[in-house]
Design a protein around this ligand. Structure first.
Ligand code: CAA
Ligand code: FAD
Length: 380
């Protein structure tokens, strides 16, 4: 057992840290306030290889391991969780899904451009009546011989307007339930595909969340991912890795808030001393440090499982469940440590607190992670 990061890991961590400080920090408050997508920053992230980190270099990716991805996600999320959700969806849902289950033609046509950030992807599973209950798909993809006819609505889709390529989950055969679901590649601009209004959100306000409407969209058969009926398994397998990305996002939000709170507590004076010298504040910092370290271990362990071809469904779910709770607890306490300044935008912690909440909701709510974990431990 070796807890030491490699030279390469440390380099990637530093590169992500530098990028976040120099490119993401300027303007992050304004982007949050005005719900502005970080277009230029995402372009640069693509150029630096952060959008296709685990993709084979022969398809334009960086060819790195999942641990590198966790380290980079933490650093980017410390500063801008809106940028890191774009990174997470593109890397672990879209690129990983296509690299692992796509045909060679699909990889050449889409993955090569997604991995470099030339285009951005979206992953479309949730619907108005199928969020946690993801097998209850109402969007239909009816088999018409050489194509599918796609009809329905997807909700809350990250990169909804920014994406060019959408992986859409839809029901082909209702009788077969989840075994009759397919995953299809949809391109922006296909006739019958419309993008709904942008959601007005509590947090990750720089990210671009929309509903999508499909009316008789003709999708060529070659755009199906995997065998007929593989769509639900595709979604579940892809989300198992996605949850490691969101766990790392939560970790980054927590460690970003902790670093700010620690610094502030050493500068701010009350009752003749720096507030970190008051035990009530010092103990909060201790609790934060311990839980962040534990969350980091869970994230790295899940990534290590993935890199070593172990099952990571459960370690990923545990990492997400725990790290998202740590993000919530830590950001609330970081605001508290900042006192009144914590409640105003320029100190960043109120944004981190608002951003933390989503990590308990998307890519499977905390209750869903508990279902996944408890089913596994009970069945052993
Ligand atoms: N890998 C492979 N297959 C899996 C799997 C996994 N991790 N998890 C489940 N399956 C398979 C099961 O084996 C089963 O197939 P078989 O019948 O062939 O064995 C099938 O899927 C159905 O599984 P269940 O019987 O367990 O289904 P269920 O309805 O009881 O529960 C669930 C499934 C785990 C609750 C699932 O619906 C779920 O994960 N819900 C949450 C949805 C979610 O995470 N949405 C995220 C949307 S993307 C997003 O949010 C992105 C973003 O914000 C940035
Ligand atoms: P519901 O399923 O209606 O759940 C409501 C509450 O009931 C939750 O607390 C839930 O945990 C609980 N609950 C439900 N079932 C159970 C149960 N069996 N046991 C115990 N408790 C239960 N989806 C995508 O497909 N792609 C995206 O890119 C995407 N991005 C998103 C971005 C944002 C900003 C948001 C807000 C959502 C996004 N989503 C995306 C959707 C997200 O994955 C869903 O919101 C999430 O899975 C929960 O589904 P729901 O909102 O329908 O809640």
């Amino acid at each position: 057992m070796d807890f030491k990061l490699t030279e390469e890991h440390l380099m990637i961590q530093q590169a992500a840290r530098d990028f976040a400080q120099t490119e993401l920090l300027p303007g992050v408050i304004e982007r949050d306030e005005t719900q502005t997508f970080p277009t230029e920053q995402i372009k640069k992230m693509g150029e630096l290889g952060f959008l296709g980190m685990m993709v084979d270099p022969k398809y334009g990716g960086s060819g790195l391991d999942t641990i590198s991805y966790v380290l980079a996600m933490e650093e980017i999320s410390k500063i801008d969780a809106s940028a890191s959700v774009v990174m997470s969806v593109n890397n672990s849902l879209v690129c990983w899904g296509l690299q692992t289950f796509g045909t060679e033609e699909q990889k050449q046509k889409y993955l090569t451009r997604l991995a470099t950030g030339e285009i951005i992807g979206a992953f479309c599973l949730s619907e108005p009546e199928a969020g946690s209950d993801a097998t209850s798909q109402k969007t239909t993809a009816i088999d018409k011989g050489d194509h599918y006819l796609l009809n329905g609505t997807k909700n809350w889709i990250t990169n909804g307007n920014t994406a060019d390529v959408y992986l859409v989950i839809a029901q082909t055969d209702v009788e077969k339930k989840h075994k009759g679901i397919n995953a299809l590649i949809i391109e922006k601009g296909m006739p019958g595909f419309e993008i709904g209004a942008k959601e007005q959100k509590l947090g990750i306000r720089g990210s671009d969340t929309h509903s999508l409407m499909f009316t008789d969209v003709k999708v060529p058969k070659e755009n199906r991912i995997g065998e007929d009926g593989f769509g639900f398994k595709f979604a579940m397998k892809t989300l198992s890795g996605g949850r490691i990305g969101i766990a790392s996002q939560a970790l980054g939000i927590a460690s970003g808030a902790y670093e700010l709170a620690l610094k502030y507590s050493k500068e701010r004076k009350a009752f003749g001393t720096e507030i970190c010298n008051h035990q009530a504040i010092a103990f909060k910092l201790a609790d934060m440090a311990v839980s962040i370290e534990a969350a980091r271990h869970l994230c790295i362990k899940a990534a290590w499982d993935k890199d070593n071809h172990n099952n990571y469904d459960i370690s990923g779910a545990m990492a997400k469940l725990y790290a998202s709770q740590v993000a919530m607890d830590t950001t609330i306490e970081a605001v508290q440590i900042h006192g009144g300044n914590g409640y105003v935008k320029e100190y960043h912690v109120e944004r981190l607190m608002r951003d933390a909440k989503i990590t308990q909701i998307y890519e499977g709510t905390s209750e869903i992670q508990k279902i996944v974990i408890s089913r596994s431990i009970i069945s052993q």
